[in-house]
Write a protein that binds this ligand. Structure first.
Ligand SMILES: [Cu+2]
Length: 67
């Protein structure tokens, strides 16, 4: 599944790196693309939307599915 999430509190490269690490550490996310300017994260994963939102949450960020 391809997803786009909106992550409003992602404001700098540090945020970006934290999210990258969380997604990479899960081993279940590919095609990760994080755009700081729009605060959007595109990715592909077999995980469900809620499982992915939990990963964001564990990294310290609220995320919601977006288009
Ligand atoms: Cu930051």
């Amino acid at each position: 599944m391809k997803y786009t999430f909106s992550v409003p509190d992602m404001s700098c490269n540090h945020c970006k790196m934290r999210i990258e690490k969380a997604m990479n550490d899960s081993g279940k996310v590919s095609s990760l693309n994080i755009d700081l300017a729009s605060k959007k994260v595109n990715l592909e994963s077999a995980l469900s939307e809620s499982e992915l939102i939990k990963l964001f949450d564990e990294a310290g960020y609220d995320a919601e599915a977006s288009s």
